[in-house]
Design a protein around this ligand. Structure first.
Ligand SMILES: CC(C)(COP(=O)(O)OP(=O)(O)OC[C@H]1O[C@@H](n2cnc3c(N)ncnc32)[C@H](O)[C@@H]1OP(=O)(O)O)[C@@H](O)C(=O)NCCC(=O)NCCS
Length: 190
């Protein structure tokens, strides 16, 4: 796995770029303070713009590491930041886990799938990772749908494994992955 760091990426409708502290206002307004977004994620709804700023300060520190990947998802048509996609964990060298969030105003338009596919391409082709994983609470099926549409396969479901922010109860978690060979073979057979 190479240490390339967060490189600017582009898709048909999106720019994926590094965030800056100036993005705190958009983050807070467009997804950080949106309670629909935080129902099934591990972080809490931002109460004030300071929460968004604190998070972005942490991300700026992460960028200095070189082996970290945190993108802001920005709509090309109006330059609006609508969410994030990140390598949330490096499980071991070559094995990364992805997480994503976008504001509920923009759900169901294929934006997360579009961003995720681009990130997968970058991670396999440029960073040279071996395995890309993602996981979601089973009560959040839209997230699993994104994983499927991006080419990941269900590995299994771990029972009552994580606390859900929304219900404050333990929930089952679905684990997905795509392997480098699978990805490369699929590309050549297309
Ligand atoms: C999950 C999330 C990232 C999806 O983003 P999105 O941009 O709407 O995703 P896409 O439009 O690319 O694809 C969503 C798919 O889920 C489907 N979907 C939506 N709600 C669904 C549901 N309740 N059950 C099953 N599928 C559902 C959509 O129809 C779509 O599939 P389609 O294109 O075949 O119609 C977004 O809802 C979100 O940010 N949620 C809050 C944060 C979050 O849960 N992050 C993931 C944590 S694991």
């Amino acid at each position: 796995m190479k240490k390339i760091g967060t490189k600017k990426l582009e898709t048909e409708r999106l720019i994926l770029r590094k965030s800056t502290l100036e993005d705190a206002g958009s983050m807070f307004k467009n997804w950080g303070s949106d309670p629909l977004v935080t129902r099934y994620v591990t972080w809490k709804t931002h109460e004030t713009i300071e929460d968004s700023l604190e998070y972005l300060k942490y991300i700026q520190k992460e960028y200095q590491e070189g082996n970290t990947y945190h993108w802001l998802i920005v709509l090309k048509e109006n330059n609006t930041p609508i969410g994030t996609i990140d390598v949330v964990r490096i499980l071991t060298d070559g094995v990364v886990e992805i997480g994503y969030n976008i504001g509920s105003l923009w759900w169901g338009k294929g934006y997360t799938t579009e961003a995720f596919k681009k990130v997968i391409e970058f991670l396999f082709n440029e960073v040279d990772v071996d395995t890309i994983c993602a996981r979601h609470l089973v009560e959040n099926p839209a997230s699993g749908k994104v994983m499927q549409k991006a080419g990941l396969k269900l590995e299994g479901i771990l029972r009552q494994r994580e606390i859900c922010n929304y219900t404050n109860t333990l929930m089952d978690v679905a684990y997905y992955s795509i392997l480098k060979d699978e990805y490369k073979n699929k590309k050549t057979s297309n």
